[in-house]
Design a protein around this ligand. Structure first.
Ligand SMILES: NC(=O)c1ccc[n+]([C@@H]2O[C@H](COP(=O)([O-])OP(=O)(O)OC[C@H]3O[C@@H](n4cnc5c(N)ncnc54)[C@H](OP(=O)(O)O)[C@@H]3O)[C@@H](O)[C@H]2O)c1
Length: 127
């Protein structure tokens, strides 16, 4: 599972994971990008690919995603990040909360839910 897979390092991770023959689950907000990457991976690597639009700044969406997840075992790459570039004093009013939501709460929640799947499946995994 690659959280934040629609571009950048997350996309690169997804392509490399598929290249190594593992199935991939792509997560991000931009569905069109996820669909494009899914098509590319299926065409070039022949592994199974799923994708789902999830806003990782929203704890309810993360919980909802994991409550419907039907894969095991699972390993996670959490690449999603919100990191506005510039002076800290010039962050927008909503930025601090969003930074914490995507960069701190998101990986903790994803790891929490994914580790429960790892434990239940009795398989080794890594986040
Ligand atoms: N690129 C580098 O050379 C480099 C080097 C060192 C460290 N880093 C760090 O690595 C991290 C990722 O870098 P990157 O270059 O891959 O960044 P990026 O190109 O901006 O990609 C960020 C990914 O996170 C997703 N994302 C952002 N907010 C999200 C949200 N609320 N919910 C779901 N997905 C979300 C984006 O997808 P959507 O917009 O579709 O949701 C996108 O797929 C950052 O912390 C960066 O500082 C990067």
């Amino acid at each position: 599972m690659v959280a934040g897979a629609s571009e950048g390092l997350g996309e690169a991770f997804a392509l490399e994971i598929a290249h190594r023959g593992l199935n991939v689950y792509l997560i991000a907000r931009r569905e069109e990008k996820l669909k494009e990457l899914t098509d590319t991976i299926q065409r070039d690597h022949g592994v199974q690919v799923k994708y789902r639009k999830v806003d990782l700044s929203d704890a309810d969406q993360i919980k909802d995603f994991f409550s419907q997840l039907d894969i095991s075992p699972v390993r996670v790459v959490y690449n999603a990040a919100y990191a506005p570039v510039g002076w800290f004093t010039e962050l927008r009013a909503e930025d601090p909360e969003k930074i914490v939501a995507v960069n701190v709460r998101g990986p903790v929640l994803v790891t929490h839910f994914a580790s429960a799947i790892m434990k239940k499946g009795g398989t080794e995994g890594s986040c």
